[in-house]
Design a protein around this ligand. Structure first.
Ligand code: AMP
Ligand code: GLY
Length: 456
């Protein structure tokens, strides 16, 4: 074991946690939980799971923040054999897969197919189910087949490029071009000019996004306002987790380049019961019916990236995991024992578990490195984290340096989440605390939630 746990030399807290865990076989419920991933989403998942009864949380590989709620384990989620080895040695009961890549690469199939891992529950779809995110062409075919409302599209590869040009000519600007495969969130181009779109289509097919853009999905542009709706399903039953709005552009007023997400708000005022009923009837139910009909065993999260056009929901994309930074808002609004909920999900008993969400509003502000989403520096010493009040700071890209300082280690660095009775109250607390955090080059949006406040 010692060789795969990052402890204790450079982190006193981890050493203490580890010893506590070693001795603890006395709680009525003992659940060893492994969260795979290293971002703000994984910190939020681990933070919530750590509050569950009898939970001992491990995070592989984690970051400086996850070390506060569990034990970081120096294993890459892509190394399935190492994950297995750890699960067996540490008697892990539940594995929660944070990012999409291990799911698309078949980690759930690996677990299900291994007799030694029979007793280990895992949250996430199998490889075929993960295609809902792993291949946009697959997702579009699926939606078409099962009547899920989405934008009209045309799939292009090198063999039918001319038809692709014709489709572009047949739709109005803006033109939406999507790489079929995973492209680290960068594979979508939205362009106003027809000729530029044709040129970019050619470049994509020529490998602009590597193998991911060997097929390109051209889509009609959907108007409206976006929202992320999260479903937890055991294949038979489902619960709607709190929805959230993500802020994708780097600059205030939705200006500048796309990012992984600069902030989130949950709940979203325009997600009225009437709208959410439509989401359930028109999207969630046909999606689950389709998964069943395709013989896909789906026990995990479905993240619906939706466009609300005049009160009607359309699917922009499916993801097969939770969103980031939405999770940093959503987890703070889930009440009760989250490990219970996930265990029940893995067992196909989601209908038996009580699930409730807080009425409070959560506002999350993401602090990023200067230059992000383009080139940025790492290793900037962070200060102010110990002075935060009334908020939870979820670490995204952070690490410890040799002197045990918390330093920046990524583009998105830390997400600060506050609660309030209204968006106004939550955002004023969040921004009050954000101002206490410092590191060289720090950047964040100042307008998270402002647009939604006007709708409240
Ligand atoms: P995706 O990776 O498919 O979510 O696309 C990234 C972003 O591009 C989405 O969050 C939307 O903001 C935008 N987008 C994608 N598809 C469309 C569409 N058909 N119409 C309008 N905007 C879109
Ligand atoms: N926040 C969008 C995503 O996680 O893909």
């Amino acid at each position: 074991m010692e060789n795969i746990i990052m402890y204790p030399a450079d982190n006193e807290k981890e050493a203490v946690d580890w010893k506590a865990i070693q001795g603890q076989h006395i709680t009525a419920v003992k659940r060893n939980i492994l969260v795979l991933g290293s971002g703000g989403r994984e910190h939020a998942l681990a933070w919530k799971l750590a509050q569950s009864e009898g939970a001992h949380v491990f995070i592989a590989p984690g970051n400086a923040g996850t070390a506060q709620v569990g034990v970081n384990v120096n294993i890459k989620p892509s190394d399935f054999e190492a994950v297995k080895d750890f699960c067996l040695k540490q008697e892990i009961n539940l594995v929660v897969v944070g990012p999409e890549q291990p799911l698309v690469d078949g980690i759930v199939d690996f677990f299900k197919g291994d007799a030694e891992l029979k007793g280990v529950k895992i949250i996430g779809p199998d490889k075929q189910g993960a295609q809902l995110e792993g291949s946009k062409a697959y997702a579009k075919d699926f939606m078409e087949k099962y009547g899920v409302p989405t934008a009209k599209c045309f799939k292009v590869n090198k063999d039918n490029l001319n038809e692709g040009y014709k489709f572009l000519e047949s739709v109005k600007a803006p033109y939406v071009l999507k790489a079929d495969g995973l492209a680290a969130g960068k594979g979508v181009l939205i362009l106003n000019d027809l000729q530029e779109s044709k040129d970019e289509l050619g470049k994509m097919l020529d490998g602009k996004f590597g193998a991911a853009s060997a097929t390109v999905v051209i889509e009609e542009f959907l108007k409206g306002i976006e929202v992320s709706v999260f479903v937890l399903t055991d294949g038979e039953h489902y619960v709607l987790l709190p929805e959230a709005k993500d802020y994708k552009r780097i600059g205030d007023g939705d200006q500048g380049l796309n990012t992984g997400g600069m902030g989130a708000v949950s709940p979203v005022p325009f997600c009225t019961p009437e709208f959410l009923n439509k989401v359930e009837d028109r999207i969630v139910k046909p999606t689950l019916k389709g998964l069943k009909a395709e013989g896909i065993d789906y026990k995990g999260f479905i993240f619906l990236g939706l466009m609300n056009d005049g009160g009607n929901p359309y699917v922009i994309e499916y993801n097969v995991r939770m969103g980031d930074p939405e999770t940093e808002a959503v987890m703070t609004r889930i009440e009760g024992d989250f490990a219970d909920l996930l265990m029940a999900c893995a067992d196909g008993r989601l209908d038996e578990v009580h699930y409730a969400k807080s009425d409070k509003t959560a506002v999350t502000v993401m602090m990023v490195s200067g230059g992000y989403p383009e080139a940025y520096k790492k290793g900037m010493i962070m200060s102010g984290l110990d002075n935060l009040k009334d908020v939870v700071a979820f670490h995204a890209g952070t690490a410890f340096d040799a002197e045990k300082n918390v330093v920046t280690a990524g583009g998105r660095v830390i997400a600060v989440t506050a609660h309030g009775a209204s968006i106004e109250e939550a955002r004023s607390i969040a921004y009050r605390e954000v101002e206490k955090i410092h590191f060289e080059g720090i950047n964040y949006r100042h307008d998270i939630g402002l647009d939604l406040m006007r709708m409240q």
